[in-house]
Design a protein around this ligand. Structure first.
Ligand code: SF4
Ligand code: SF4
Length: 96
């Protein structure tokens, strides 16, 4: 089945909890100096992680996260800390 991720994301509504970043990079220097492939930038379906080569920085747009859990599992350095958002915040799935 061919599912367009942008369409899929369009079925979600998101109430961002701007006071609480639920994704934290444990050690940014690991991303900068040890991680060649930057797997998080490729695997996140919501494009939360963007590597800014010019700034040598991983930009994390945590508001876009759909809480699939993939980044935490696939970061080869176990460098992503992810607390699910507090009650009432985060992803709300709409069915039908
Ligand atoms: S995969 Fe992990 S170590 Fe690599 S850039 Fe992403 S968060 Fe950093
Ligand atoms: S949990 Fe999923 S959607 Fe959220 S940042 Fe990680 S890979 Fe992206």
């Amino acid at each position: 089945m061919d599912v367009n991720i942008d369409e899929k994301l369009g079925t979600l509504t998101y109430k961002a909890d701007h006071h609480h970043a639920h994704i934290k990079i444990r050690n940014e220097s690991v991303c900068q100096t040890q991680c060649k492939d930057k797997a998080c930038t490729a695997i996140c379906p919501a494009k939360v992680y963007v590597w800014e080569a010019g700034q040598n920085k991983l930009v994390v747009s945590y508001e876009n996260c759909i809480e699939c859990g993939a980044c935490q599992m696939l970061c080869p350095f176990d460098n992503i800390e992810c607390d699910m958002p507090r009650g009432g915040f985060g992803v709300q799935y709409k069915y039908g």
